[in-house]
Each structure stands twice: as structure tokens, then as C-alpha cells.
Design a protein around this ligand. Structure first.
Ligand code: ACO
Length: 342
């Protein structure tokens, strides 16, 4: 793998301390929902879903299994991997579009479930881009010496905000959680090199859940309208996804002083294989450079890149010293990217 010259802008760009991902964890629920299962309830086929999205199965949480439960399982796996005690966690950032409830923050429920009694807790709302937004916030707190140990989680129970009668959306989503623990390690130069986050509110209405907030509270009169489920203009989202993920990738690479040829593994948002193929094509790199698990889990929004990071880590796909690029997009619209030296 080509390495940047010693004088690369990497160190110059990094204000503050190095911030390393010291461990990762993930959790997906037991129940598997196949394309064949879906074709029994809506007018769709395994062929249509596979060709248009690449998704074969997704996981669905049990009725009494909440976003905070899945988040806690992922967090505990990450804590175990790096042998980090719950008391050492100073901040929990939980990215989600499907919180247990509007308040308190789902991160507070996770705090209680894992016993992280010394942590401050908040949720990050940036839809599918939320995990990398949270990663950037964590990095800022560590780089500026505010905290030593931050737990970042992406967790979703999208099955609870999916309109199961709408074939345009219900075939796409799944449930799960992924987590990472970030620390400054004085003995290590490895860590987050650059991050880029961005948003464009003019596209808010192409991917949103319009009901359930103060604008359109759910009432007896509108309960049948499915306002409290994901609404999406698929084609518009697709176009914006390709453009914004390419742009975000270039921005993080530029900041890091690297090119796409330096990147050993790209971990993209797991929404649709065709979006990933379009990006690979425009980057002129083989699809094999991308880590893909959407065939098994579908789109788990904020959890997607976090679960993929953990699977790439635990499967040995990421080697020490590798440069990896994570890149995501989501409702908002939002997008984010991060270059990491593993
Ligand atoms: N099964 C069979 N037919 C279907 C299905 C289905 N599940 N869904 C839609 N169709 C039909 C449509 O009704 C349409 O039929 P028509 O021509 O008779 O009207 C036809 O298939 C084509 O529909 P399109 O919407 O044009 O299909 P498209 O090729 O655009 O694929 C898709 C749809 C897969 C949703 C694609 O647009 C896409 O992937 N968009 C991006 C979605 C995405 O990434 N969302 C991320 C959400 S992230 C977050 O923040 C939650």
C-alpha cells in the first residue's frame, strides 16, 4: 500500500491529540427476514429486491427489544474487546433515527444498561450519517483534552418506523447496532486522520419521518396515514447519495493528504449495492475495495457503517497501518466521511 511521505499534511492538519478507535462491537437481532418472507406480505419478488438493492435478508428486533438494548449489546462487545470498564467511559454519543422515545436520550438508557455511571449522554440526530457525526464529536472532545474515553454508538430499530405495507421502503431496512470506543493513546500514532461532515436542509423532504414531532403529532384522525414511518423519494435520494458520498470522500482524503489509491478498505453506508457500485465506478477502483454486508442486514441507517466497521475489524480485513475510509449519507440530507490509520 502506498504510504504518504513523512512530510504529508497529516500531522500538520491534526490539531490536538491523536484519537484512536481502540475497539469495536456490534449486535444484530436473531430474527432473519428474507426477501421471500416480504414477497408474501407486499407485491415484490426476491429478484426485484436483489437486482435493485443487493439486499437478501435483514434482521428484525423482537417486540420488546429496543434500540437501547441493541446499542448496549454492541457497546458491551466493544468494551470487552479493549478491556474497558464501564466506569471509565466519560461520554456516550448514540446516533439514531429510531430512539426508544423522544426523550430522554436513548444514550441515557444505554448508560443505565451498561453501568457507565460516570458518563454524560446524548443522542445525535443525523439519520444514516449519524455514526460519523458522533465520531467527529467524540474526536473533538478527546483532541481538546476534555475526555479520555468516549463510547460512540449507531443503533436502530427501523422496523418500528417502517411502513410494512409500502413496498417502496419496507424492503430496504433492518435493525441492529454497532459501537466504537475512542481514546487518546500516547504510545500510538494511529487514529482518526481527518473527518468531514456536511448537511443540506433544502433536501429535508426527500427522506424523512414527517409525523410524531411537534409539526404533525400523531392523532386519532391521522393515525392511518403512516406519518410516523420513513418516507422517501428513492430516485432523488439515490442521486444525492452518489454525489454527496463522492464529494465527502474527496474532502476527507484531501484533508488527510491522501488519495483513494492509498486507501486499503472503504467502508460505505450500506444502503444499496448499486450506490456503492456507482461510487466505485466514479472513483475508478474495484468494488472489492469496499466492505459490504448490506446483503445480510439491509440498510440499518446509523448502525450500518458501525456494524460494518466491527465486522471488517473482527474478520481481519483491517490491518495495522492500513488507511481506511468510511463514508456515509442520510436524511437531512447529511453526509460524512472519515480517514483513519488503523
Ligand atoms: N418490488 C417490486 N417493485 C417495486 C418495489 C418492490 N419492492 N418498489 C418499487 N417498485 C416498483 C415501483 O412501483 C415502480 O413501478 P412503476 O414503474 O410501475 O411505477 C418500479 O418498481 C420502479 O421504481 P423506482 O422507484 O423507479 O425504482 P428504482 O430503480 O429507483 O429503485 C430504490 C428504488 C431501490 C429505492 C432506489 O431508488 C434506491 O436505492 N434509492 C436510494 C434509497 C436509499 O439509499 N435510501 C437510504 C435511506 S437512508 C436513511 O437515512 C434512512
Amino acid at each position: 500500500m502506498k504510504r504518504p511521505p513523512r512530510s504529508s499534511p497529516r500531522s500538520a492538519k491534526k490539531a490536538g491529540r491523536t484519537v484512536s478507535i481502540v475497539s469495536t462491537g456490534s449486535y444484530v437481532p436473531e430474527r432473519v427476514l428474507t426477501n421471500a418472507d416480504l414477497s408474501a406480505s407486499v407485491d415484490t419478488t426476491d429478484d426485484w429486491i436483489t437486482i435493485r438493492t443487493g439486499i437478501k435478508t435483514r434482521r428484525i428486533a423482537a417486540k420488546d427489544e429496543y434500540t437501547s438494548d441493541m446499542a448496549a449489546r454492541a457497546a458491551l462487545a466493544a468494551m470487552e474487546q479493549a478491556n474497558i470498564a464501564a466506569e471509565d467511559i466519560e461520554l456516550i454519543l448514540l446516533a439514531t433515527a429510531s430512539p426508544d422515545m423522544i426523550f430522554p436520550a436513548t444514550a441515557c438508557f444505554v448508560q443505565q444498561k451498561i453501568g457507565a455511571r460516570n458518563a454524560a449522554c446524548l443522542d445525535v440526530s443525523a439519520a444514516c450519517a449519524g455514526f460519523l457525526f458522533a465520531l467527529e464529536i467524540a474526536q473533538q472532545f478527546i483532541a481538546t483534552n476534555t475526555y479520555e474515553t468516549v463510547l460512540v454508538i449507531g443503533a436502530e430499530k427501523l422496523s418500528s418506523i417502517t411502513n410494512w405495507t409500502d413496498r417502496n421502503t419496507c424492503v430496504l431496512f433492518g435493525d441492529g447496532a454497532g459501537a466504537a470506543i475512542l481514546q487518546h493513546r500516547s504510545e500510538s500514532t494511529h487514529g482518526v486522520i481527518s473527518t468531514h461532515i456536511g448537511s443540506d436542509g433544502q433536501y429535508a423532504d426527500i427522506l424523512w419521518m414527517p409525523g410524531g414531532g411537534c409539526r404533525q403529532p400523531i392523532t386519532a384522525e391521522n393515525a392511518h396515514q403512516h406519518l410516523q414511518t420513513i418516507h422517501m423519494s428513492g430516485k432523488d435520494v439515490y442521486k444525492q447519495a452518489v454525489v454527496s458520498m463522492l464529494d465527502a470522500s474527496n474532502k476527507a482524503l484531501d484533508k488527510a493528504g491522501l488519495t483513494i489509491d492509498d486507501i486499503a478498505c472503504i467502508i460505505p453506508h450500506q444502503a444499496n449495492i448499486r450506490i456503492i457500485e456507482a461510487i466505485a465506478d466514479r472513483m475508478k477502483i474495484p468494488i472489492e475495495r469496499f466492505f459490504v454486508n448490506l446483503d445480510r442486514y439491509g440498510n440499518t441507517s446509523a448502525a450500518a457503517v458501525a456494524i460494518a466497521l466491527d465486522e471488517a475489524n473482527r474478520s481481519g480485513r483491517l490491518k495495522p497501518g492500513d488507511y481506511i475510509l468510511m463514508v456515509v449519507f442520510g436524511g437531512g440530507l447529511t453526509w460524512a466521511s472519515s480517514v483513519i490509520e488503523w
